[in-house]
Design a protein around this ligand. Structure first.
Ligand code: 5RP
Length: 230
């Protein structure tokens, strides 16, 4: 089974948690795209859901495939969010933001009664941090923010390169008009402490550590999809 087939397997398994009439948060990324494709088939069969997309990219795919969308202001309380992740640990703490949608993903997940993560088994890790942590920042004072992040990380014994994300020759800009530093801190033994430090920095808009947000992860591997509960 290749990586795409595993993503489809995870997305298929997630569909079993979607009930007729649900208000859904819809994630971003290649795994979430597979979920959107399967959801669209259900919608065409008569299944009624309303989705709040976590990015312009996901919104475009939903519109193209006919998945009904609402804004988060129209539906501020959601039943369930289904989203992918860059890393998942055994406590269901996540690194997200590889697709640059972490801010909207976190806002939507926080507005949902439940978040289910879908991923192929390459995303399951013993300790977070091999994947660089995306940190969304306000463009104003980006160097000062970078220094503040480096100092915060070093208080926790972490260090590593902060790379400003690019899109071709340009700086990558999020749907909210912000920039992203991808922070290669290496292993993150205390995600709570790092999250608290980063949340304290004014120029940090949000970071990609999702703590106590997901209640279930569906991990697809060669043997099929299995679930992990928080
Ligand atoms: C986007 C995300 C994605 O969920 C994450 O990057 C996983 O993407 P993929 O399913 O393509 O591996 O956090 O901001």
């Amino acid at each position: 089974m290749d990586a795409r087939e595993m993503k489809v397997k995870a997305a298929q398994a997630a569909l079993a948690y979607v009930e007729d009439g649900m208000r859904l948060g819809i994630g971003t990324g290649s795994t979430a795209d597979e979920f959107v494709r399967l959801l669209a088939e259900k919608v065409h069969e008569g299944f009624k859901v309303e989705g709040v997309p976590t990015s312009e990219r996901t919104a475009r795919l939903c519109v193209e495939l006919g998945v009904p969308l609402r804004s988060l202001d129209e539906l501020p309380e959601l039943d369930l969010t289904i989203d992918g992740a860059d890393e998942v640990d055994a406590n269901l703490t996540l690194i997200k933001g590889g697709g640059g949608a972490l801010l909207r993903e976190k806002i939507v997940a926080a507005a949902s009664s439940r978040m289910i993560v879908i991923a192929d088994e390459s995303k399951l890790v013993g300790m977070l941090g091999a994947y660089p942590l995306p940190i969304e920042i306000n463009p104003f004072g980006q160097t000062a923010t970078q220094i503040a992040i480096e100092k915060a990380a070093s208080r926790l014994g972490l260090s590593g390169e902060l790379k400003l994300r690019k899109s071709g020759a340009d700086v990558f800009t999020t749907d909210g008009g912000h920039y992203i530093f991808d922070a290669s801190f290496g292993r993150i033994p205390d995600a709570d402490a790092l999250s608290a430090e980063l949340n304290f920095i004014p120029g940090v808009v949000e970071h990609g550590l999702f703590i106590h947000m997901a209640s279930l992860a569906i991990i697809a591997g060669e043997a099929g999809a299995r679930t992990l509960e928080a």
